[in-house]
Every structure is written in C-alpha cells, then in structure tokens.
Design a protein around this ligand. Structure first.
Ligand SMILES: [Zn+2]
Length: 142
C-alpha cells in the first residue's frame, strides 16, 4: 500500500452504498443493479489503490462539502433535541439569527434582546424548567 491513496470518508460512503446495492441486487435480480454493483466495486478498489492522491483528496473534499450541506439542518435539530430540557431555540425575525434562550422558571411571555441586531423579541414560553423539591430527609415532595 506504499504510495497508494487508501481509504477516506468517501470510501466509507461508497462501501455502504455498495452493500445496499448488493442486497438490492440479491433481492430484485435486475441486470441494471448487477452492472451498478460491479461498477461500484471497481470504483471502490480504483480509489483505494490509486496513486493520484491529489485528485482523490479533491474528490473527498467535494463529497464532504456536499454531505455538510445536506446534513447541516439535521445537526441543529440534533442539538436542539439534546438541549430541550434547558434551552429554547428561537429565530430572530429581523436578522435570522438563532437565539438560545434559557428555559424560564415560570411559563409565559418573556422579552429577550437579539445580540446581533439589538432588537427586542417577545417569546412565548410554554415550557419551564423542571424543579424538583426535596424535603430535609432527601425524599421528593409531591
Ligand atoms: Zn436579530
């Protein structure tokens, strides 16, 4: 493998695609799928054993840029789901900045200032911080 390109993120994606195509070919038995499986397999090995590292790196960069663009909306959803117990995410109407507002103790209307355009926003908070009250002996009060 000295002087060869090896594996990268695009290789991993193509490998998963190859496995999916192979399974589909086994189930469906269509000539077009069989050709795609052979082409995919050839492409996989061509990229791994290629000596033109500069071109393979460029292909991988293009793949990473496309993946980033396609998956970027989902990454913010993932972050919002993770912070759902502590934060509210609200978009500013004027500058489209996403604000991270801590959950209030009481439900209701809250006024916040956008850090980018300095305008005041009114946010309706329907959720609140979960506060658990414990008695002196450590038991949870109801
Ligand atoms: Zn703003």
């Amino acid at each position: 493998m000295i002087g060869r390109y090896g594996t990268d993120e695009l290789y991993t994606f193509l490998l998963y695609l190859y496995v999916i195509l192979l399974c589909a070919d086994i189930l469906i038995h269509h000539w077009l799928l069989s050709i795609l499986v052979v082409l995919e397999f050839t492409l996989l090995f061509y990229r791994v054993f290629s000596k033109n590292k500069k071109r393979r790196r460029r292909e991988n960069e293009i793949y990473l840029k496309i993946r980033e663009k396609l998956l970027s909306p989902f990454s913010s959803w993932k972050r919002q789901w993770k912070d759902r117990d502590t934060l509210i995410y609200k978009k500013c109407h004027h500058c489209k900045t996403t604000l991270r507002i801590p959950l209030p103790i009481k439900r209701g209307i809250k006024h916040v200032t956008c850090p980018k355009c300095k305008r005041r926003l009114t946010v309706l908070c329907l959720r609140k911080v979960k506060v658990e009250i414990f008695s002196k002996d450590g038991k949870r009060k109801k």
